[in-house]
Write a protein that binds this ligand. Sequence first.
Ligand SMILES: Nc1ncnc2c1ncn2[C@@H]1O[C@H](COP(=O)(O)OP(=O)(O)OP(=O)(O)O)[C@@H](O)[C@H]1O
Ligand SMILES: [Mg+2]
Length: 317
Amino acid sequence: MFMSDHAPVLQSDLDLRLLHRGKVRDVYEIDAETLLMVASDRVSAFDVVLPQPIPFKGEVLTLVTAWWLEQLEDRIGHHLIAVDPDVIVDRHPDLAASRDVWQRRAMLVRRTDPVLVECVVRGFITGSAWKEYAKGGTLAGEPLPEGLRESERLDPPIFSPATKAQEGEHDENITFDQVVDLLGADLAGRLADLSQEIYAYGRDVAGERNIILADTKLEFGTAPSGELLLIDEVLTPDSSRFWPKESYVLGRGQPSLDKQPIRDWLDGLEDWDKTPPAPDLPDAVVNEASERYQDVFRRLTGISLSAYVPPRFGTNR
Ligand SMILES: Nc1ncnc2c1ncn2[C@@H]1O[C@H](COP(=O)(O)OP(=O)(O)OP(=O)(O)O)[C@@H](O)[C@H]1O
Ligand SMILES: [Mg+2]
């Protein structure tokens, strides 16, 4: 089948061992130490994967991650070996044939043993944290200051870990003490400190672009060497809530920079109960969402997606 450079990818089917297919990423084994993580153009809303791919979404997720990791490299070790397709093909010539499917959306990464806690940092109260707080003034069962309003800034930001949910289930917020019980005080403390540092860095950089980084979810893994590495996607629109500063209003939910057209359209349907299967999205909604993802990239980095050249990482420098 002919594929242009930019044919959207709903599902990649590479000739490699597929280890995991998540809501967005297809994760393949390259060898015992290396994975190829392919960000598809799948999109989910209300936790349901939608039938249509969103052109350029996978590319945005992968290249935003590369853009941040280049800046964060001095602070923390990360899993990225290469994003530049030429570097990936140099290392793994077998991948040349399928290049059109994966280029600019795939990350070649160091394989780790993922830490089984999602490291969320919240600088504003929204989402599941707001839901719980609105009911009883707590987050993961622990009291927060009284009188917070929806979308209010949390100062200082809160390390708000969650368990990694199994497929089809929701992550569950847990306390820091529960992380200590699971992982020990030393690792728990390092995760909290690193997560806070990365969030603060991301908040400051996004802030210069008039984007509020409301919260973000980070993942860490342990390399065979024992080194703790930042893994997965980093400070992307899928792992973070980015709010345009100009439309921020305290006391209500905020529009999302990227998924809002999809959510609004789905919300307007009378006969869909937000369980699978999801309805087909009209072309106009798909195109609007695609533009939004590309706009997030441009607004955040100051570079248009098509002009961005990913850096060479680590040993490839
Ligand atoms: N360097 C790495 N080593 C090992 N596993 C990794 C690494 N980087 C990311 N992962 C794992 O790969 C998976 C990425 O897939 P993806 O994000 O699509 O699905 P998911 O997080 O399992 O589910 P969801 O659809 O809720 O996001 C995650 O389970 C993540 O923990
Ligand atoms: Mg994920």
